[in-house]
Design a protein around this ligand. Structure first.
Ligand SMILES: [Zn+2]
Length: 354
């Protein structure tokens, strides 16, 4: 179920007979191609089967006319260690989320750790440990970018310099520690950015405890935000995350659910919403995945319209609000799951020929 990053390389992999190829690129969300060639985890060619060198592949996958797209990137999660969440006292939540099409997660802080240290040396040590631990260990093969310290009062510029030098690239969600006032956060965020560390800020009411009601107004608000981004002609700035595992539970299909909700309620073509969860995030987060192009990691999700769904095609069913079925997930060119154990069953699933 869980593997380290020292796995065997994928060798040459050919994925053929793709019915719909989503690129992850919001400027050109659908590619006119039916085949992807992969070598040792990286995409080396995308095009028509007859035009590509598909000989002597170690693995050949027949997509059986289903949809292939970049694996989803959950841009906001709270991992702790391994595939365990103390928030829900649950193991296997990352593997379960991989079954929901997610291949990369970005930590917004390891805040659920029982007894989380809040002194400065302690919070730095935790961030560096989390970064190292998830670099060495991938639950379900998922790439977890972790090590996101929660900023606390008393931190100095030197602390951020030290964190960056140790490989920390993220800040935990601002607002979860003792630094809450805008003026305090601004100074520390500026120090973080100076050393190349990205920041995230919590908005809205407190999430736990005393969480606010999540009702239709909240959903419509999110919808309106996505619409506003479209209206402002900056859809490339919209990225998605689930905040999982949350007080409200573990939602392995959270990313797919959000894609379906945004597409259906905000009336945004499904192929664009998939980009919010893939290429947009990869560009903003500087990740080598999320886009179907040569040189990118072969992190892929195979989708088809779910059995019994409305809509004649995958995109139509998503736009009508239905979750698609995941038929396979691949990370670094290696198959991590076949038919998802968590989504509604895909109508058609890819087949590994050899
Ligand atoms: Zn959060």
């Amino acid at each position: 179920m869980a593997t380290s990053t020292t796995d065997e390389a994928s060798g040459k992999v050919v994925i053929k007979n793709i019915g719909l190829l989503l690129s992850g690129d919001i400027d050109q969300p659908i590619l006119q191609a039916d085949t992807i060639v992969i070598l040792d985890g990286l995409i080396t060619a995308v095009g028509r089967f007859k035009d590509l060198d598909t000989e002597s592949a170690k693995t050949v996958i027949d997509a059986r006319q289903t949809c292939v797209g970049p694996g989803l990137i959950d841009s906001h999660v709270h991992p702790v260690f391994g595939d365990w969440t103390p928030r829900q006292n649950q193991i296997g939540w990352i593997d379960s989320t991989m079954n929901g099409g997610v291949t990369t997660m970005v930590s917004a802080g390891e805040v659920h750790l029982p007894g989380r240290p809040k002194d400065i040396v302690g919070l730095k040590a935790l961030a560096i440990t989390a970064q190292r631990a998830f670099s060495n260990f991938r639950p379900g093969g998922v790439k977890v970018i972790a090590g996101a310290p929660i900023i606390e009062k008393g931190m100095t510029e030197h602390d951020f310099q030290e964190l960056a030098a140790a490989g920390v690239t993220l800040l935990g969600e601002v607002g979860l520690g003792s630094v809450k006032a805008g003026y305090e956060a601004k100074e520390m965020v500026a120090w973080a950015r100076k050393y190349g560390i990205q920041s995230t800020i919590h908005t809205g009411g407190p999430s736990v405890p005393g969480s606010s009601l999540i009702d239709k107004d909240v959903v419509l608000e999110a919808d309106a935000a996505a619409k506003a981004a479209m209206d402002l002609k900056c859809p490339h700035r919209v990225i998605l995350g689930t905040d999982g595992p949350a007080g409200s539970g573990v939602q392995p299909l959270g990313m797919l659910r959000m894609i379906a909700l945004l597409s259906s309620l905000a009336n945004i073509p499904a192929e664009l919403v998939f980009c919010f969860a893939t290429g947009n995030t990869a560009r903003i987060r500087k990740l080598n995945c999320g886009l179907i192009e040569v040189g990118r990691a072969a992190d892929l999700v195979f989708l088809d319209r779910a059995q019994g769904t409305s809509g004649r095609t995958l995109l139509e069913s998503v736009q009508l609000g239905d979750i698609p079925g995941v038929g396979m997930v691949m990370i670094d060119g290696l198959v991590r799951c076949g038919r998802s154990r968590n989504t509604p069953p895909a109508t058609e699933v890819p087949v590994v020929e050899h």
